[in-house]
Write a protein that binds this ligand. Sequence first.
Ligand code: HEC
Length: 462
Amino acid sequence: MRPVQSTMPVSRFLTLLAFCFLVAATSRFSCAAGPSVSFTADIAPLLQRRCVVCHGLEKAKGQYRLDTFGGLLKRGSSDKPSVVPGKPEASLLYQLLLEKSPEDRMPQDADALSSTEIALVKSWILSGAKFDGSSHSTPLARFLPTPPHPSAPKRYKHPWPITAIVFSNDGTQLVTSGYHEINFWNANTGALLRRVGGMPERIHSLAWQPAGTLLAVGGGSPGRSGELFLLNLALQSVPRAIAITADEILCASFSPDGQRLAIGSADKSVRVFTIPQGREILRLDQHSDWVHGVVFSPDGTWLASASRDRTARVYNSTNGNSISTFRGHNAAVESVLFKTDGKVVLTAGADRTVRTWDGIDGEHAGTFAKFDTSITRLHLADGTMLMGLADGQIVHRNLPDGKEGAVTNIIEGRVAALAFHQATGQIAAGMHDGRVRVWGIRGGVCGNEFIASPGLAKSPRP
Ligand code: HEC
């Protein structure tokens, strides 16, 4: 469970309180009319935490949604105005906070809001129910304060596991997961180029927007929270999470046109966001355990997910309708891919097999490959299938027949992350012990290896 967050930082609350006393004591204006209650800082996080579960995309109890400011202004099934600027007594949203019976009071069947929180809603409405954000359609979740993160160590004392790795669009740089940061390295020399902090403890997924400039970063702290960032590195803005989930975000994948981003979380959900707005447009809760992999089909029509619950699923990526469920793995499914035809799905996992199946009817088509150890990562590369294994092997095999190919590389340890760059033919493997190895799939490029932990990069192998 995620610890309950306070609605606002204590310091901000005290300032507001002090302001109220000051205004009440020194002027004819009442505190409630004070301009200091901010929708984005004070009201949105409160509604997001206490109300959106029943009044959002999935459920809209009373035909009422308040997951955006625009939605909040609309009337629900009662057809009474929910918020009337300046008039809390005429605002249903406020009146329902005061109801005596728990069935009628909001939040329904839960603890009432505290008197401070209720007073805050009242003074916000009294002072004109103003919106201080940029767009009425921004999800309220965007206004949740990002949990503060400690800074990354200046020099790492021990190698940090590489759980996510990706090439820059031009193939010259590698981005890797660090501790509360992501790091940029020269792909050829392993020289550290840049560090971007303010990130959650663990990073599980890094993905570049196709033909775009945004880098999606998914991660979190185990059992506590998941965070999704969209970084525009040219702007160098302070990273701010665009979505917060109840547990770590384990995977993220863009649609081929770069307009949508799908994520899978340890909170068992699969979600889809619009890019660059970050509005949640789909939430799928069919999995009963962590979601390890998500991917769009090559034409963007379908979305597939892989889960620790031993199943993989295909959905219509627009309306979220379930298309098929594959139950052919008898252990956690770690990775999922569409073949280029967009119909055949490949999944792999802890049962040591890579299986192919029909994305439309979920029928098992065959075992593509079988190993002595679990398969941690799948990647399509140059018409071959690249597979990273828990014993450090990286194997590639021909598609579609799965004919034996050479063992590409053996690195001791567990392959925890895998990346391929099409134009240059480079492969990069991120290892659980902190090493990164880069080499060329078409031969010729000799291997380069480094420890992707700042301060340890040049050290000898542990
Ligand atoms: C556990 C679910 C649940 C939670 C949480 C919840 N609501 Fe509701 N809400 C309902 C239900 C159910 C109705 C419909 C009640 C009815 O029609 O009798 C409703 C109706 C409403 C309506 C009236 C819509 C209309 O026009 O009919 C408003 C306004 C509202 N809720 C606001 C809130 C606010 C504000 C919060 C958070 C402080 C909140 N709700 C939290 C379940 C919930």
